[in-house]
Write a protein that binds this ligand. Structure first.
Ligand code: HEM
Length: 135
């Protein structure tokens, strides 16, 4: 619950200060993993990148507000789908971390310990859900 409020507050700061963070998120992703850019070559209008990011935000909010059933379903099924897009293991964690970094940078001096704690909690959950299920 507290996580939900703190996460929302941080995302409000992001929206106020940056507006649409899509460009920044993907620029950071492709700077760290240039080989991933080619996977989006069919996404000529940016629609896939936009809806991917929006799903990721929805998952983070669902994890913060609880109970996280939607996030669990989406992350697990998308992780399986992304195997077929040749997205390597570990990249979901990177994507969620980049969203954290962009949000923290936008919040600047208004970033709070409560926000840090909320993000640490949802990133840990998102990372756990991004692992393959034991056979
Ligand atoms: C670095 C991490 C990721 C990479 C490289 C990646 C890559 C891709 C690619 C290449 C596609 C297009 C597939 C195609 O249509 O052929 C795609 C679609 C999609 N991805 Fe990701 N993905 C990542 C993380 C995530 C995460 C964390 C989520 C959600 C929690 C997500 C949700 C989606 C969704 C919903 C689509 C379909 C979007 C649409 O067609 O409207 N992805 N992703």
């Amino acid at each position: 619950m507290a996580d939900g409020q703190a996460l929302t507050a941080s995302l409000d700061l992001l929206a106020e200060r940056i507006g649409d963070p899509t460009e920044d998120v993907y620029a950071r992703l492709f700077a760290r993993y240039p080989e991933l850019e080619a996977l989006f070559s069919m996404d000529t209008d940016g629609g896939v990148r936009g809806s991917m990011l929006s799903q990721a935000f929805d998952c983070l909010m669902d994890l913060a507000e609880g109970p996280g059933v939607m996030a669990e379903t989406v992350i697990r099924s998308e992780r399986a789908n992304h195997d077929t897009y040749d997205v390597p293991a570990g990249m979901f964690e990177v994507f969620f971390e980049i969203i954290h970094d962009v949000t923290k940078r936008a919040a600047g001096s208004d970033w709070s310990p409560l926000m840090e704690a909320a993000w640490a909690s949802v990133l840990a959950d998102a990372s756990r859900l991004s692992q393959p299920l034991p056979a």
